[in-house]
Design a protein around this ligand. Structure first.
Ligand code: ZN
Length: 509
C-alpha cells in the first residue's frame, strides 16, 4: 500500500515538534557549558516557552485524528517496517502526552524547581528535615502521575510499572525485581570476598595529571572507538552528559580533575558510548519518534560497554598504557601495567553511588530501586527513609553513612523530578552491556585481541548494525530478543564480574 497523505502530514507535524525539542536541547547544552550566570533567568523562560510550544504541537487533536486514520495503513505493513514503527511509536508518545493534564505538568514543574533549590542548600547542611515535606509532596505527585498513565498499557500490575515503562519501555517491576534479586545474590558474596583481600593500592592515581593532557588522550581514544567529531564535539561541564540535536550533531561533555587520573578519561569513554549510539541511528529517523535511543537501560548499556568492558579491560591497556606513560612519564614511570590495571579496577564498598566501582555499583542502584517501590507502595514513610537507608547500606555494603548528606540526600534525582523508575536503567545498562557484548563475541571471537591492538571497528560495527541503527524502532525487550535471541539475563554480567575480579583479587569462587 502506498503511504496515504495522512502519513506525510503526520511526519511533517511531528518534525516540527522534534525541531522545537532540538532547539531546546541546544539551549540546554549551552546552559550547561558556556552560558554566563547572568543568562539563567531568561534561559529558564526561553526553555519554558519552547517546551510549551512543543507540547502543544504534540498534543494537537489533529495528531490523534491522523493516528486514527492511519490504523489501516499501519496494519497493512510489517511490524518492523520503518513506517509501521514510526506510527506505532508516535501513537505511544501522543498517548503519554495527552494522558497528563497540562495543569498537572505545570504544578509538578513548579514544585520541582522549589524542591531542587531546597535540596541544594539543605544537603551541605545535612538537613533532612528541610526536604522532608517536599519529598512527601513529590511522592504524592509521583503516585498521581502513575495513575494518569495507567490507561497506557493494560498489562500494568504495579503502581511503578508505568513509571518504569516510560524510561525503560517494555520493562516491568516484576522483571526488574527478578533480575535484581538474582544479581544481588551473586554480588553480595563477591563483595564480601573482595573485602577480605588486601586492598589494591591506587594512591599513585592521585597526583598532578594536567587535565588538558588527560582530555587529549581520551579524545584520541574515542575517535578510535568510533565517535565522529565531524558530527559531534566535546566541551567541559559540571555534570557530564551527551545530547543529540540531529544525527549530524551529537555532543558530549566532560569534567576532568587535575589531581586524579581516571575520572575524566573514563567519563569521556562513557559519554562517547552514549554519543556513538545516537550518531549511529539511521539518518532517515531524524526528527521522528524513532530518532533517539530506545530506553535508559539500552542507552546505559552502550556507555558502560565502552567505559568498562572495553575501557577498563586489560586488553585495552595492553595497547594504550605505554602511550599514557609517555604522556605522564614522571607520574607513571615506576608503575607497571599490572599495577595500573588493578588500580583503575579497585573495588571498595563506599557510600557514594557515582564513585562506585563496577562490582559495588549495582548494589547502590538496588537500594534506590527498592526504596522507590517501598515509598510508592506506602510501606516506607519518607520520615523513616534516612534510617532505612543506613540500615540497608550496612547490610549490603558494610558501610554506614555518618549523615544524610551522603545517605538518603545523596542523589539529585528525587529532588529534581519524581520518585519511581529513576534508577533501574543504570543497572539494566550493566546487565545489557554484558549480554550484548557476549553476543558480539559469539559472532566475533576476535574482538578482545583486536582491542589489544587498539582496533575497535569490529565491535563498533556490530553494535551499530545490531543496536544503534534501529533507534527507537524496537522497545528494550524486543531489541534484546532480536539481538540475543533471548530475554534479559544477568548471567553474562555475573560471569564477567566473577572472572575479571576473581583474577584481579585472586579469588577461588
Ligand atoms: Zn550514562
Amino acid at each position: 500500500m502506498e503511504a496515504p497523505a495522512q502519513f506525510n502530514e503526520l511526519k511533517k507535524r511531528l518534525a516540527e515538534y522534534y525541531d522545537l525539542n532540538s532547539a531546546s536541547a541546544v539551549l540546554g547544552w549551552d546552559q550547561a557549558t558556556y552560558m554566563p550566570p547572568g543568562g539563567a533567568a531568561a534561559r529558564a523562560r526561553q526553555l519554558g516557552t519552547l517546551g510549551k510550544l512543543a507540547q502543544e504541537k504534540l498534543t494537537d487533536p489533529a495528531i490523534g485524528k491522523l493516528l486514527d486514520e492511519l490504523r489501516p495503513y499501519e496494519e497493512s505493513l510489517a511490524y518492523d517496517s520503518d513506517e509501521a514503527s514510526f506510527i506505532r511509536v508516535a501513537r505511544r508518545n501522543y498517548q503519554i502526552a495527552t494522558l497528563i493534564p497540562p495543569a498537572f505538568v505545570e504544578e509538578v514543574s513548579n514544585h520541582t524547581v522549589m524542591a531542587y533549590q531546597t535540596w541544594a542548600s539543605a544537603r551541605p547542611e545535612n538537613n533532612f528535615a528541610a526536604v522532608r515535606d517536599n519529598l512527601e509532596k513529590t511522592l504524592d505527585y509521583s503516585r498521581r502521575y502513575a495513575e494518569y498513565l495507567q490507561p497506557l498499557d493494560s498489562s500494568y500490575q504495579h503502581i511503578m510499572d508505568a513509571l518504569i515503562d516510560l524510561p525503560d519501555y517494555g520493562m516491568r517491576v516484576d522483571t526488574v525485581q527478578g533480575v535484581f534479586a538474582e544479581l544481588r545474590a551473586a554480588l553480595v558474596p563477591l563483595v564480601k570476598a573482595i573485602k577480605e583481600c588486601e586492598p589494591v593500592d591506587d594512591s599513585f592515581l592521585y597526583q598532578s595529571f594536567p587535565g588538558d593532557k588527560q582530555m587529549a588522550f581520551a579524545r584520541e581514544v574515542i575517535q578510535k572507538f568510533g565517535y565522529d567529531f565531524q558530527r559531534g564535539r566535546q566541551d567541559p561541564t559540571h555534570h557530564p552528559f551527551a545530547t543529540r540535536f540531529s544525527a549530524g550533531d551529537v555532543r558530549i561533555t566532560t569534567r576532568v580533575d587535575d589531581h586524579h587520573l581516571g575520572d575524566g578519561v573514563f567519563a569521556t569513554f562513557h559519554e562517547a558510548g552514549h554519543g556513538m549510539y545516537e550518531q549511529g541511528i539511521n539518518v532517515d529517523f531524524d526528527a521522528t519518534p524513532l530518532g533517539g535511543g530506545t530506553s535508559a537501560g539500552v542507552h546505559e548499556s552502550q556507555s558502560r560497554t565502552w567505559e568498562n568492558i572495553v575501557g577498563r579491560s586489560y586488553a585495552f591497556w595492553e595497547h594504550y598504557y605505554a602511550q599514557l606513560q609517555s604522556i605522564f612519564p614522571d607520574q607513571l614511570k615506576n608503575i607497571s601495567l599490572e599495577k595500573f590495571y588493578r588500580a583503575i579496577n579497585k573495588v571498595e564498598p563506599s557510600l557514594i553511588r557515582v564513585k562506585a566501582d563496577e562490582v559495588t555499583y549495582n548494589l547502590h542502584i538496588m537500594v534506590r530501586f527498592d526504596f522507590e517501590l517501598a515509598l510508592l507502595e506506602g510501606k516506607l514513610a519518607v520520615k523513616d527513609l534516612p534510617e532505612a537507608w543506613n540500615a540497608r547500606y550496612q547490610g549490603d555494603l558494610g558501610v554506614t553513612p555518618p549523615d544524610p548528606k551522603d545517605g538518603a540526600m545523596q542523589d539529585v534525582h528525587w529532588f529534581a523530578g519524581l520518585i519511581g523508575g529513576v534508577f533501574q536503567g543504570y543497572t539494566l545498562g550493566n546487565i545489557l552491556g554484558a549480554q550484548f557484548y557476549q553476543t558480539a563475541l559469539k559472532s566475533h571471537p576476535e574482538i578482545p585481541s583486536e582491542i589489544a591492538q587498539g582496533k575497535f571497528d569490529t565491535l563498533y560495527g556490530w553494535l551499530r548494525d545490531n543496536i544503534y541503527q534501529h533507534g527507537s524502532k524496537y522497545n528494550a525487550p524486543e531489541l534484546i530478543q532480536r539481538v540475543t535471541g533471548g530475554s534479559l539475563d544477568v548471567q553474562p554480567l555475573v560471569n564477567y564480574l566473577y572472572s575479571k575480579y576473581g583474577e584481579i583479587y585472586h579469588l577461588n569462587m
